[in-house]
Ligand binder design. Structure first.
Ligand SMILES: Cc1cc2nc3c(=O)[nH]c(=O)nc-3n(C[C@H](O)[C@H](O)[C@H](O)COP(=O)(O)O)c2cc1C
Length: 200
């Protein structure tokens, strides 16, 4: 089968989804959903590259605090994560009326999602402004926490990976499970949250 030139994009290149957790000025946690996320390695250790587009509350708080958490989104967390991704914090002051179980970082003063299977506590080392409103944050991972049961090496890794149940963004504005199940379009899973009525 020939390869065909198409529009520039990354469909079929699945990205894991993360909830970025930041501390607001009043001490309350704030969360947003993000997928433009990758890793780098430096002499200081493993780092994370996080790209945030136009202005948003998460970006203001990352710039102000210089630290945030990244919490892997599991299938269980997807309705809430989808809500955080489809609700713009700057114009929805009550966005955080829905919260996961929040814990605070072991190393950094950042909110961490207890239900998430993997959480990183991140310290921004460099900010690369792209000049068009997009910014890339290069961050050192200062701490990683993982659900205890995922560390049981007696269980084969593929089984523990399915147990972690990370949600992927594989393209065409959809969500998928790690074993390829379709989990809905962006904006759909949040309709399962109490108080949000499904569109007819
Ligand atoms: C599946 C999904 C992935 C997203 N990934 C990103 C991303 O990587 N970078 C970004 O700037 N916005 C991304 N967004 C949009 C933000 O989640 C959205 O702007 C949200 O309002 C951020 O929260 P805040 O406004 O409270 O800061 C994504 C949204 C969805 C639904």
């Amino acid at each position: 089968m020939a390869k065909v030139k198409t529009k520039i994009g990354n469909d079929f290149c699945p990205q894991a989804l993360f909830l970025y957790g930041t501390k607001q000025e009043d001490g309350q946690p704030h969360f947003g959903l993000f997928c433009w996320f990758g890793y780098y390695h430096s002499s200081e250790g493993l780092g994370v590259m996080a790209c945030i587009g136009e202005e948003k509350q998460t970006k203001d708080l990352i710039r102000k605090n210089g630290i945030f958490s990244a919490n892997l989104v599991s299938e269980q967390l997807l309705p809430l994560a989808d809500y955080y991704g489809c609700t713009y914090g700057k114009t929805a002051p009550d966005k955080m009326k829905r919260l996961p179980t929040v814990e605070w970082g072991e190393v950094l003063d950042v909110p961490v999602v207890a239900e998430s299977p993997v959480s990183f506590e991140l310290e921004v080392k460099q900010t690369l402004p792209m000049g068009d409103g997009s910014d890339i944050f290069l961050c050192l991972i200062r701490n990683t926490t993982v659900s205890e049961e995922l560390l049981n090496k007696a269980v084969p890794f593929p089984q523990r990976l399915r147990q972690a149940a990370p949600v992927l963004a594989p393209g065409e504005d959809t969500y998928a499970s790690i074993d390829g199940r379709y989990l809905g379009k962006w904006g759909e899973p949040m309709k399962n949250l109490p108080g949000i009525s499904p569109t007819p």
